[in-house]
Design a protein around this ligand. Structure first.
Ligand code: NAD
Length: 417
């Protein structure tokens, strides 16, 4: 296992929480490792006529509280260990936010950024075809994650219905689909908005005015850009943003909508002229009120933690902070909104999409918005109140609430084979 990797962080968080709660060993044996790990070789033929071998992974960590839920990550660096760690995180996230799902995750080890649309569709379809028997409304329901998007989920849905020879799927096999195919309005922005709802709730507790608050963001994909847009709408000043191509700094505030349009046309923030260019590694050294890691895991580490000057860290990404860096930040009084709370808006709205599809309902954008904001605030308050009552960090509090619910589920089911 990679030192400071996502799996190491996930295991550390589980072990620490189980110890604090005095969880029994039967319980730990049920959840310390995944229920199912699947490794698949994809061999699609790309547009240059060559067969390419690609490793893909599906992990179902838990289905105690419902079907395993978690996105498909497409990245050249993703490993089976990452997918195990991320699937564990999904178990705690779905439990904490109170939706009837367990934790799962998929990975496709390939660089999505270098692909033409047609080659990406070919790889996604190859994955969906090969993974078909592991998907299902009662089994595992994927969604977008880093490197995949709404259009890809449309192809996954098409592969499932195509393989059955029917127009629709029997129940919800994938969330985060285009609205025209049964996706839910507001899913694309749900994770980013949820990040902002929890950030605003934290600001209220800390006496920080969101209007004029300075924000720094790492990552400007789905989650980062939507969080930046919502923060700008609420009057915050986004002063620095990075993506894989580099970083931008403008102490007077970056025009987020203008940058979103620029990235839609140019593919990345590189070359944008209305801010000073900085190296992407400099992003964590910029003083701000709120820092939002919204890229990949293990980004805030012992190598950069001492450069960080912020009051709040809103963990939009999954497992962005390694345990040793987390301890230093917590000791320094930084208020960290942990990933399993901060970015849970996406899976909450995925649950609404699941309900819509399985019950043949139609849920409007206004309903999605109201339910998302209410659920994020209620969940934040629960975590905050326990953290105050027990004098523990927000991460410990969130993990304790999540693990308790999963334990209750295991006990309610019973420990028979
Ligand atoms: P995305 O692929 O849309 O965007 C990722 C962004 O991060 C891109 O802008 C990319 O350039 C940037 N990036 C990658 N490496 C970087 C680096 N080293 N430095 C700076 N920027 C870098 O992915 P996303 O869907 O926005 O997901 C971002 C994070 O949020 C991931 O950790 C993901 O697991 C988490 N998350 C996503 C969702 C969702 O609904 N999409 C839900 C919960 C959590």
């Amino acid at each position: 296992m990679a030192k400071n990797g996502i799996l190491e962080t996930a295991k550390h968080n589980l072990e620490k929480t189980a110890e604090k709660l005095g969880a029994d060993s039967n319980l730990l044996n049920k959840i310390a490792t995944p229920k199912e790990k699947i490794e698949i070789r994809l061999s699609p033929v790309l547009s240059d006529g060559k067969v390419v071998n690609i490793e893909a992974y599906i992990v179902r960590h838990s289905d105690v509280l419902g079907p395993s839920k978690g996105g498909i990550r497409m990245s050249p660096d993703v490993t089976m260990d990452d997918i195990v760690g991320l699937s564990m995180e999904m178990t705690w996230k779905t439990s904490l936010i109170g939706v009837p799902f367990g934790g799962g995750k998929s990975g496709i080890k390939f660089d999505a950024t270098s692909l033409s649309d047609i080659d990406k569709e070919t790889i996604i379809r190859s994955f969906a075809r090969n993974a078909r028997r592991h998907f299902g409304p009662e089994l595992y329901v994927p969604a977008p994650d880093m490197g995949t998007n709404e259009a890809d989920m449309g192809h996954v849905r098409d592969c499932v219905s195509y393989s059955d020879g029917i127009s629709i799927t029997k129940g919800c096999f994938v969330t985060g689909k285009p609205v025209i195919l049964g996706g839910i309005p507001g899913r694309r922005s749900a994770t980013g908005k949820g990040v902002v709802y929890t950030t605003v709730a934290a600001c209220k507790k800390l006496g920080i005015d969101v209007k004029g608050m300075s924000v720094v963001l790492q990552g400007f994909g789905n989650v980062g850009s939507e969080a930046a847009r919502e923060l700008a709408r609420q009057g915050a000043k986004v002063i620095a943003i990075s993506d894989i191509s580099g970083g931008l700094l403008n102490e007077d505030g970056i025009d987020v909508e203008d940058l979103v349009s620029y990235v839609a046309q140019n593919g990345s923030i590189g070359g944008y002229t209305k801010a000073t260019h900085i190296a992407k590694e400099e992003i964590f050294g910029i003083a701000c009120d709120c820092l939002i890691p919204a890229a990949s895991g293990s980004q805030i580490t012992m190598a950069n933690v001492n450069n960080i000057k912020t009051k709040i860290i809103a963990e939009a990404a999954n497992a962005p902070t390694t345990p040793d860096a987390d301890k230093i930040l917590t000791d320094n009084g930084v208020f960290i909104i942990p990933d399993i709370l901060c970015n849970a808006g996406g899976v909450f709205v995925s649950y609404l999409e699941y309900v819509q599809e399985t019950q043949h309902e139609q849920i409007t954008e206004a309903q999605v918005s109201a339910r998302l904001s209410e659920r994020m605030k209620v969940s934040f308050d629960k975590v905050y109140e326990l953290s105050i009552a027990k004098k523990i960090s927000m991460r410990e509090s969130a993990m304790q609430i999540a693990l308790k619910r999963v334990s209750e589920g295991i006990n309610a089911r019973g420990l028979l084979p």
